[in-house]
Design a protein around this ligand. Structure first.
Ligand code: F0G
Length: 454
C-alpha cells in the first residue's frame, strides 16, 4: 500500500496566494510579528496544530445530531462513553479547551508552594500551576538536551531527577507527564518511562496525571519505536498509558481533530466532586462544560478516527517526508522528527545572528516573506530573559522554529512547497537579518511584541 492520505477532499477552501510585495507590506503592518498577520495574508499556516484540523464527513454528520439540552444531553453521554472507553476513567468532565481542565485540576490539587513536576509543562500548564500558587519544575531526560541525538523517546522525564525530587525536602503536589512533549520538541514518552513514573508516584503517594493532548500520536510512536508494542493497536497503547495514571487533562483541539474542546478525566470520586463544583461555577454544567452538544458529538467521533492506524501512519509519514526534504536542503531539525510538528534549528542555520537578535524569529519571518508560510519562533524572543533595559541576559537554550502540521489539512504538495521555500531561504542564509524589539508587553511578549529588522 503506498503511503498516501487515507481520505479524499470533499470540501475545499481557497488559500491566499500573495506576491512578495504584498507579503512585505503585510509584515510591516504586522510589525514583523506572525501572530499579528491576518489569515487572508497567509498561504500555508503552520502556526498551530490546535483547533486547525479538518473535520470528516462523519464528524459533520455527528454534529447535526448534537443534542443541545441544558442538562443530561444525549450528546454528553456519547462523549462520556467514548472518553471512558478510551481512558478507563470513571469521572469525565467536558471543558471548552485544555487549559480549562488544567486550571480546575491544579486549583483542586495543589496547595500553595507545592511543586508540579513534569517532563515539560506546556506554557498554559505552567501558567495554571503558577496561578494556583504552585511551582512548575521541568525535568526532561538528558538526551533531550542534544537536538541532534536520535534517541527515540526524548520526551521521557529524567527518572533519577524525579526520584530525587520526590525524596527531597520539596513538597511535590502532582506529577504531570505531557504526551507527546510539545514544549520539548514534540518528542514521545516511552511506556517504560510512564510505568516507572507511575511506580515512583505510587510509592510517594503523589498524584500522577497525563497531559494527553496528543495521546494518539504518542501511542503511534510507541508502536513504531518501543520494543514489545509493535502488535498493539493505538487504542491499546493509549489505554495502557491512561491505566498508569490517576487521571488526565486533554486539549481535544489536537487529537480529537475538532475545533474546540477538552476533558478532565479522573479516577477518584472525592477529587471528581471537588472539580465538578469548580467546573459548574466556571465552565458550565457537568454535562456540557462550556461546549455545545454538536461539539461533544464531533469530539466523540474524532476520538474514534484519530486512533485509526492508516490515519496515524499517513500523518507520521507526512512529517517524516517534510523532515527529509528539509534536511536535504541543509537545514537541521530536532531529531528524531515527531508527528505534530517539525522544529527547525534556526540557531545553526543563521550563525551570524546572535540570540539577542532572535535567529528563530528571523527565520520564521523569512519563511513568511519568501513563501507566505506562517510559523512561530521557539527561542530567545519567547523564552529568553531580559533585564529592565530590555537587554537579553539569559538566552533560550535553543533557537528553534516550530512548523506545526494541522491534521488532514495540507496535502503532500503543500508540504513540498514548504520544503522548497525553506530550501530557498537556506541557499543564502547570510542575507537574513536579525531583529530588535521595538515595543513589548511584560507578559507573553512574543504574542504582542512589535519588532523590526536590523
Ligand atoms: N497541553 C499541551 C501539550 C498543548 O500543546 C496545549 C496547547 C495545551 C495543553 C493547552 O490546550 O490550547 O486547548 O487550552 N497547545 C497549542 C499549541 C496551543 O499550539 O501547541 P488548549
Amino acid at each position: 500500500m503506498p503511503l498516501m492520505e487515507p481520505y479524499r477532499v470533499k470540501v475545499v477552501e481557497p488559500i491566499p496566494i500573495l506576491t512578495r510585495a504584498e507579503r512585505e507590506a503585510a509584515m510591516v503592518r504586522a510589525a514583523y510579528n506572525p501572530f499579528s498577520l491576518r489569515a487572508d495574508e497567509v498561504t500555508i499556516d503552520l502556526l498551530s496544530d490546535s483547533g486547525t484540523g479538518a473535520l470528516s464527513a462523519a464528524q459533520q454528520a455527528a454534529g447535526m445530531r448534537g443534542d443541545e439540552t441544558y442538562a443530561g444531553a444525549r450528546s454528553f453521554f456519547r462523549f462520556r462513553d467514548t472518553v471512558s472507553e478510551l481512558t478507563g476513567y470513571p469521572h469525565i468532565m467536558p471543558v471548552h479547551q485544555g487549559r480549562a481542565a488544567e486550571r480546575i485540576l491544579f486549583g483542586a490539587v495543589l496547595k500553595p508552594g507545592q511543586l508540579s513536576v513534569s517532563n515539560t509543562h506546556f506554557d498554559t500548564t505552567r501558567a495554571n500551576v503558577i496561578l494556583s500558587g504552585g511551582v512548575a519544575v521541568d525535568l526532561p531526560c538528558p538526551e533531550a538536551a542534544d537536538l541532534d541525538n536520535a534517541y527515540p523517546f526524548k520526551g521521557d522525564i529524567d527518572l533519577a531527577a524525579l526520584a530525587a525530587k520526590l525524596d527531597g525536602p520539596d513538597d511535590v503536589g502532582i506529577v504531570v507527564m505531557t504526551i507527546t512533549n510539545n514544549g520539548g520538541g514534540g518528542q514521545p514518552v516511552s511506556m517504560a518511562n510512564l510505568t516507572a513514573v507511575a511506580k515512583l508516584c505510587r510509592e510517594h503517594q503523589v498524584p500522577f496525571f497525563l497531559d494527553a493532548a496528543r495521546f494518539a500520536e504518542n501511542a503511534w510512536l510507541v508502536i513504531q519505536r518501543e520494543p514489545g508494542y509493535a502488535d498493539h493497536t493505538p487504542q491499546q497503547v493509549a489505554r495502557l498509558a491512561f491505566d498508569l495514571a490517576d487521571g488526565a487533562v486533554a486539549s481535544l483541539k489536537k487529537d480529537a481533530i475538532a475545533h474546540m474542546g477538552g476533558f478532565l478525566a479522573l479516577r477518584e470520586e472525592g477529587l471528581a466532586k471537588h472539580c465538578e463544583a469548580i467546573l459548574i461555577a466556571t465552565e458550565g454544567f457537568r454535562t456540557y462544560g462550556g461546549l455545545a452538544g454538536r461539539d461533544l458529538e464531533m469530539l466523540a467521533e474524532g476520538l474514534r478516527e484519530v486512533v485509526e492506524p492508516d490515519y496515524l501512519r499517513a500523518r507520521a509519514a507526512a512529517t517524516a517526508h517534510l523532515a527529509e526534504l528539509v534536511k536535504a536542503a541543509g537545514v537541521s531539525v530536532v531529531e528524531p522528527p515527531g508527528i505534530h510538528a517539525l522544529y527547525l534549528n534556526a540557531g545553526r542555520l543563521l550563525p551570524h545572528i546572535p540570540p539577542s537578535e532572535f535567529p528563530g524569529h528571523a527565520l520564521a519571518t523569512e519563511l513568511y516573506l519568501a513563501g507566505g508560510i506562517r510559523c512561530a519562533e521557539l527561542g530567545s524572543l519567547y523564552l529568553g530573559e531580559e533585564d529592565e533595559n530590555g537587554v537579553l541576559v539569559k538566552p533560550a537554550p535553543y533557537e528553534l522554529v516550530r512548523l506545526a502540521i494541522p491534521r488532514r489539512v495540507y496535502t503532500q504538495s503543500h508540504l513540498e512547497y514548504v520544503a522548497e521555500t525553506i530550501a530557498e531561504v537556506a541557499k543564502n542564509p547570510e542575507r537574513v537579518p536579525g531583529y530588535r524589539v521595538v515595543e513589548a508587553p511584560a507578559l507573553l511578549r512574543h504574542f504582542n511584541c512589535r519588532v523590526e529588522p536590523i
